[in-house]
Design a protein around this ligand. Structure first.
Ligand code: HEM
Length: 203
């Protein structure tokens, strides 16, 4: 088996913890919902309804911010467990697609609020509280943050497609425990195959 990427905890891991698994699946659902709302907004004609959808996207994004931030920080702390043995190209994809997805989560969580604040606007969270802009209007940063946020949303789809295809390939074609490890805390890649080879008939 290949090496693990040791995180700030300094531990070399073979499995994901329950915290990692809970963060992976809840943040995945949160990210999908945020993407869906952002996409809906982008396709709407200008007007009050479009603005309502944008305000909802912003309020939900701020609500989910601790989840996304916790997700990224926890992975940096725990590191990545040992990788499955596979050909170099698949090994590189298996290593870098999740890292780019994690970077994507961080990018969206940071550029979203920056774009709102540097546009000179507060972030209103469902009328419960409002976080005023401390920066005021800074047009250049606003543009940059907005562009990065849109690029992040566009690059996320091909990355996610590769990621899900990879997980399904491991589970149904290679029949290893890569997907099982992201569902059951403490599960490792041993034994390498999900079910034993059929026993050859005697005689
Ligand atoms: C919806 C279907 C999804 C499936 C079936 C899936 C499956 C998996 C599996 C099996 C692993 C473990 C890979 C390994 O051990 O080498 C994993 C890790 C990972 N996934 Fe997903 N995933 C999904 C959605 C997402 C989404 C939406 C994101 C990000 C926006 C994401 C980001 C990550 C990251 C960053 C890792 C590395 C470990 C971690 O930080 O939790 N996944 N995923």
């Amino acid at each position: 088996m290949s090496e693990a990427a040791v995180g700030l905890s300094g531990k070399r891991r073979k499995s994901y913890s329950w915290v990692s698994i809970a963060l992976h699946w809840t943040a995945a659902v949160g990210f999908l919902v945020m993407f869906y709302i952002g996409n809906t907004f982008e396709e709407m004609p200008r007007g009050p309804e479009r603005r309502e959808v944008l305000l909802f996207h912003i309020a939900l994004g701020m609500t989910l911010f601790p989840l996304f931030a916790g997700r990224v920080i926890w992975r940096l702390y725990e590191g990545w467990p040992v990788e499955p043995d596979q050909p170099l190209l698949l090994k590189l994809l298996g290593r870098w697609v999740p890292r780019l997805l994690l970077l994507n989560v961080a990018l969206q969580a940071v550029t979203g609020p920056i774009a709102v604040w540097t546009g000179g606007n507060p972030i209103d969270v469902f009328g419960l509280f409002s976080i005023p802009s401390v920066t005021g209007k800074i047009q250049i940063v606003h543009r940059l943050a907005e562009t990065a946020h849109v690029i992040g949303a566009k690059t996320w789809i091909p990355l996610l497609a590769l990621h899900v295809l990879g997980a399904l390939k491991h589970h149904f074609y290679d029949r290893d425990r890569v997907l099982v490890r992201m569902v059951r805390g403490g599960a490792t890649l041993d034994p390498p195959k999900l079910s034993p080879e059929p026993v050859a008939r005697q005689g």
